[in-house]
Design a protein around this ligand. Sequence first.
Ligand code: NAD
Length: 568
Amino acid sequence: MTNKEKLLKDLKIGCGVARPVRSPRGTQLHCKGWYQEAALRMLCNNLDPDNAENPDELIVYGGLGKAARNWHCFDVIVKTLLDLENDETLLIQSGKPVGVLKTHTNAPRVLMANANIVPQWANWDTFHELDKKGLIMYGQMTAGSWIYIGTQGILQGTYETFASLGRKHYHSDLTGKIIVTAGLGGMGGAQPLSVTMANGVAICIEIDPTRIKKRLDKRYLDIEATSLDQAIASAQAAAKNGTPLSIGLCANVCDVLPAMIQQKFIPDVITDQTSAHDELNGYFPQGLSLEAALTLRKTDPETYKDMALNSMALHVRAILELQKKGAIAFDYGNNLRAQAMKRGVDNAMDYPGFVPAYIRELFCRGEGPFRWAALSGDPEDIRVTDRELIRLFPEKTKMINWLKMAGEKVEHMGLPTRICWLGYGERERAGKLFNDLVRDKKVKAPIVIGRDHLDCGSVASPYRETEAMKDGSDAVADWALLNCMTNVASGATWVSFHDGGGVGIGYALHAGQVTVADGTPEAENRLITVLRNDPGTGIIRHADAGYKTAIDVAHAKGVKLPMINMET
Ligand code: NAD
């Protein structure tokens, strides 16, 4: 039996129904090149039961964020990738493989467009109509673009946010501070570990006990409290001793926050990462048990949505009340504020989003979430990349601390992976380093390098990445398209363009790229070009909006800005 035949059998390709899927590992190719092989392995990795939140439904994370439209589409994608030539490009339309075109060897092997709807119709109602007809798929950011790496993907970004909050408000880390948040899903599950990595104490409210168990099992969460009183007492004791601790509490956040206010317990920080961007499939309304809510979703979706939006209004009012009483409040990128505004909470925007509050300055420097996966499946390959990256950037002490902490505390989910934020110039150096490691056989198989769509140049999202831009260009989506086209022109291995990631359909347009280091000189060229130009669009976008840091970085690093150079 050939490798390919064995894989088709192992993955039960052709059966068209749900079954556990894991990425192939090792050094043997099943496809006609490592680029196709990487796409195949990362697609399977997105659906690995250790990685995906609901793999049977092909849901990877973030409410309905899926990796393929249905199991039949998954089977055909795998088969097509296995046969794809090194000068062909597979087109994926909302999780469905729709065609293969002859392109050239330096072109992307896969191009994806997920959940894009003409703006006038871009809302959840139209999406659900199209979804019912089997015409569309919600790809979130990294679910539909096959570069989800489990909760670690968001871990460093979340850690950076909490660490930056500590520096900004307390001139230190979060020692002795209590952070209250909700949602322990695919992304939100990174919150407890991020808070304790910044030495703080977290109370994390989650309605679904299986999510709490998953985070406890993976050591992202320390303990579970059986009541609010117990959670508060444990949090206060840990904060008093300056001991980091994360506490899960199984409840609806809409019940817990008003109870905290009534008990006069005001946390230092309040935020939220429930899937509020999706009032039908993401957020649980107050007054229903988990089981009753899941039934109502199916039997009466209109009533469900109405209840969920009302609950979100209550939720935001409670956050505003806690803010008034002294808590630092920020929105964590799930569109909760805009949803509450639909139910009359006109001052929902009185607390800021996390990007303008803590991240924009990094974006101005072209910094963003650089991530990679070892296609060998061997965690030792990640240890090698961690070690070599520390050697390459000895001056980056924060990055070094992070890599050491991640090496100790982060369990791999699916293929071994790592993430760390790198800036303009650094990303291409890291890409070349990884390609050299593959060439010199210091790692056992090629490495896939990608990123979240949440990055400096790739998103237009007025309630998140582009909230409160200096020049008012929050809703201008040309930038995300330019980023997408730049990545195609630069030779990324696969490139994607989506609507709705993070904040829901109609609220964001964003692009992603993934590029493979297979040790060849061609891969080196592609990596250097992509990893220079991809964050380069972020510097250009922020310089154009008038951010001085971005203009200074552009001048210092040779990013050409024709208009700005003419004016100065
Ligand atoms: P998810 O759907 O996997 O998890 C959401 C969790 O919230 C679920 O476990 C659910 O049970 C829980 N929940 C929903 N309503 C609740 C309620 N009323 N009370 C208590 N728990 C409730 O989603 P995820 O991947 O964790 O993402 C969470 C949100 O964060 C999404 O809106 C996503 O778009 C957004 N997001 C933010 C960032 C960021 O950088 N800040 C990145 C990615 C995603």
